[in-house]
Design a protein around this ligand. Structure first.
Ligand code: SF4
Length: 503
């Protein structure tokens, strides 16, 4: 298990290797999963659930339904509303059971054959599966499966589940699934659908979220829901039942919910970045309201790195709750000094050079009347490449700010994520090659501070990080990867391994 706990030595500033044009400069969300069992209009409910989970993946969406006799599938590139707001599409997905998936590609290309849920006909019947997370031994498994004659239809890591189930010698679907799960390593929250049941699975470390909900009875006949986040329950009027536990399989059929725990119990390592950025602020994650956590992180940040200033300004939208917490703790006014244009979207998906150079100005503009002459504290959730931060600081200075201080509600992102979040390789992470002072010079601020890892843990869970047994996955801040990075350690990936090991 490669780890790197060394503190970076102070160095000369090293510019990031590549600047992505008009890049959001945040880690990209992973995927969202949703499923409904035993409810009328299951596909329509699933489309609503996926819509609420749109922040977890915007590249593609798919739904597979089962009508009691046949499976039906519709998958498409683009946003959920682009495809599933069409009544004819929903009508083509009949049945009282459906599962759906929002995709952001962390493995494989963005092409239709990679869009989930994946579906296969086995000797026991149809099987559909949607996966949120990333497998760390998928390449090795894929090579072995191909040598055995398996024909892969996609380039996504998730397809190994399908082939492992297909070749399993066990007889029942659940036993075949368990057999497959015991061969994979990595982060996974799955929703699967067969003719007999809907199945939810969380990996033994519980890295990615998965919750169980219940539709109201009798209007929706008391059906069951699986979802990545509670915000997807709200939109369909379902109530929260409980989190699917790390290492738990829930089998939902007409007899109710059966829980199977095929692994020995172990300490969970839920992704701490879900609290900082990925989850929607109105979701309750692992029993904790995300919005409240983000305000607590902001307050802790103010205690750790207070600076004399006139205003606290969030970098919208993800920096808003932390900025509210920071301003309250620091006793400073909270002001919307940067306005985000919510209507810049795929209109500029292939911008011309003249549009591309506008970069961040397409999305954000400084509120000059608030900022001019003021000492501004900018609050954001993370710095990945530093490209957007630098442009935002330039914009705030151009609006007349007297001083610009940046405060970040996560520790420095020094390592890539291999568990389902799209982060750049290490050589493109600003914090992997620069100390805080050098980063401050690169992005052009008067001061820069990140929340400490212990401050983050205290804000999230009320206790400091236990270095011997960390309570969360925090590998992108510490390099302490809880799940072995099997594929990275294979000879074919020497370059990635050396990037990982570099300090
Ligand atoms: S490496 Fe970071 S983003 Fe990835 S699962 Fe761990 S905490 Fe989350």
């Amino acid at each position: 298990m490669p780890t790197d706990r060394r503190s970076p030595e102070p160095r000369e500033p090293v510019e990031p290797a590549a600047f992505a044009p008009a890049d959001d400069d945040h880690p990209r969300e992973e995927c969202g999963v949703f499923g409904v069992w035993a409810a009328a209009d299951a596909a329509a409910l699933t489309a609503l659930g996926l819509h609420a989970l749109q922040h977890r993946g915007q590249e593609a969406a798919g739904i597979v339904s089962f009508d009691g006799e046949r499976f039906h599938s519709h998958r498409a590139l683009g946003l959920v509303g682009d495809t599933f707001s069409d009544a004819r599409v929903i009508a083509s997905l009949p049945g009282r059971a459906a599962i759906g998936h929002n995709r952001y590609a962390t493995t494989g290309d963005t092409v239709l054959r990679n869009v989930q849920p994946l579906y296969a006909d086995f000797e026991f019947g149809g099987f559909a599966v949607g996966h949120n997370g990333n497998l760390t031994n998928a390449t090795q498994l894929r090579r072995a499966l191909v040598r055995r004659g398996c024909l892969f239809q996609s380039t996504t890591d998730s397809e190994v589940f399908v082939h492992l189930i297909a070749i399993s010698l066990y007889s029942t679907v659940v036993d075949r699934l368990i057999d497959a799960l015991k061969q994979v390593q990595g982060a996974y929250s799955l929703v699967a659908l067969t003719a007999e049941a809907m199945i939810g699975v969380r990996d033994p470390f519980g890295v990615r979220p998965l919750i169980l909900g219940r539709l109201p009875s009798p209007a929706k006949e008391g059906g069951w829901v699986l979802a990545s986040e509670t915000c997807a329950l709200d939109i369909v009027g379902a109530s929260f039942v409980r989190d699917v536990e790390p290492g738990e399989i829930v089998v939902i059929d007409d007899n109710g919910v059966r829980s199977i725990k095929p692994w020995a119990k172990q300490a969970s390592r839920f992704c701490i970045f879900e609290f900082i950025y990925f989850s929607r602020p109105d979701s309750v994650v692992e029993g904790t309201p995300v919005y409240e956590v983000r305000k607590r992180i902001g307050a802790e940040l103010a205690r750790e790195s207070h600076v004399p200033a006139d205003l606290v300004v969030p970098v919208p939208d993800s920096g808003v709750p932390a900025a509210i917490g920071y301003a309250a703790e620091a006793g400073l006014p909270f002001e919307l000094g940067i306005i985000r244009n919510h209507y810049v979207g795929r209109t500029f998906i292939e911008p011309t050079d003249s549009i591309r150079h506008l970069g961040v100005k397409l999305k954000h503009s400084a509120n000059r009347s608030l900022i001019a002459g003021k000492r501004v504290v900018l609050v954001d959730d993370s710095i990945v490449r530093g490209t957007t931060s630098r442009k935002i600081v330039e914009m705030v200075r151009a609006a007349g700010a007297a001083e610009v201080h940046m405060r970040i509600s996560s520790p420095p992102t020094t390592h890539s994520c291999f568990y389902g979040i799209d982060t750049p390789e290490r050589d493109k992470l600003l914090a992997a090659r620069n100390d805080v002072a050098a980063m401050a010079r690169i992005i052009g601020v008067d001061s820069l501070a990140f929340i400490s890892i212990d401050g983050l843990y205290c804000a999230v869970a009320g206790v400091a990080r236990d270095p011997a047994r960390p309570q969360f996955c925090d590998a992108c801040f510490t390099g302490d990867y809880p799940i072995p990075l099997v594929d990275l350690a294979s000879p074919a990936n020497d370059r990635q391994l050396s990037l990982l090991a570099e300090g």
